[in-house]
Design a protein around this ligand. Sequence first.
Ligand code: ZN
Length: 76
Amino acid sequence: MILKFLAVTVVLFLVYTLFFKKNREKSMDSSNKSNQKDNIEDIMVECPTCGTYVSKKEAILSNGNYYCSKECLENK
Ligand SMILES: [Zn+2]
């Protein structure tokens, strides 16, 4: 009887551990993916005119420099 109880406990523990591990890896994978996505989309560059940091996708590219706004581009 005690052996049976122990066996059930061990099986439940193994199932719980595997399930938990799987979930953790899954969530880690998705967080890694979102981090990579953030890195691609949100690379911060400094505006050479006013020194403001702006994300590359929102910046204005001119002669290899990223400007935060048209004003900074014109007043460089
Ligand atoms: Zn600027």
